[in-house]
Write a protein that binds this ligand. Structure first.
Ligand code: URA
Length: 240
């Protein structure tokens, strides 16, 4: 299990000794794994959802705020083209607009919790679903169901799953997308918390998929829960 680094948190203008120390994300030495900037705001939001005493309403609220940050950052990884417009004062402004079509694909059921955050940023975005569960006999992930936009091969795909533990389900979901003709470098995986071994395994096997995660944690326990983690994301978001 890796040792997670710590850092003084708080505004830059505060002297170092007045900044409380927080554990921050482990770095992953892979060019396509992007960890959100470890700002005081992000760490405070993560602290809320990690807390065993946080109730379900707060868990949903604070998770949604992190999901929003992930989606906004994820969109920065999509290509843009030059777009010049005129403003109401009669002056032109050279800006950009997104190039190409996108869709979301959630890995059920926890990934479905990220769909609203995507919809909030991308109006009327199409969202497909993939259901992968652990086969009780083999302990390996098994594909049970997928329903994806027909033209998915022509889209950038934002794959949604909040927890990346061993990487088994996410890798199987990527394989489903590749089999449908989606080029590997058009897949963007949005994730709240990853284990270092899961992130490493994923990045090694599908190196062209971009990962945007809020935090790479310490490791996995003997039941493959991420530690310190937050427990079962789906249970805390939907049923607890
Ligand atoms: N899925 C979860 O919900 N939590 C973990 O810690 C690992 C996988």
């Amino acid at each position: 299990m890796s040792k997670t680094p710590s850092r003084g948190m708080g505004p830059e203008y505060r002297p170092e000794e007045q900044r409380p120390i927080a554990t921050v994300s482990t770095e992953v030495p892979h060019p396509n794994v992007h960890v959100l900037s470890q700002t005081p705001q992000l760490i405070a939001l993560l602290t809320m959802i990690r807390d065993v005493n946080t109730n379900r309403a707060d868990f949903i609220f604070y998770s949604n705020r992190i999901i929003r940050l992930l989606v906004e950052e994820g969109l920065n990884h999509l290509p843009v083209v030059q777009h010049t417009i005129n403003t109401p004062v009669g002056i032109s402004y050279s800006g950009v607009k997104f190039e190409g079509k996108i869709c979301g694909v959630s890995i059920m059921r926890a990934g479905e919790a990220m769909e609203q955050g995507l919809r909030d940023c991308c109006r009327s975005v199409r969202i497909g679903k993939i259901l992968i569960q652990r086969d009780e006999d083999t302990a390996q992930p098994r594909l049970f169901y997928d329903k994806l936009p027909e033209d998915i091969a022509q889209r950038y795909v934002l794959l949604l799953d909040p927890m990346l533990a061993t990487g088994g389900s996410a890798l199987m979901a990527v394989q489903v997308l590749l089999d449908k003709g989606v080029p590997e470098d058009r897949i963007l995986f949005l994730n709240l918390i990853a284990s270092p071994e899961g992130a490493e395994n994923f990045a090694r096997k599908v190196p062209k998929v971009r990962v945007v995660t809020a935090f790479v944690d310490q490791g996995l326990d003997d039941k493959n829960y991420i530690v310190p983690g937050l427990g079962d994301f789906g249970d805390r978001f939907y049923t607890m």
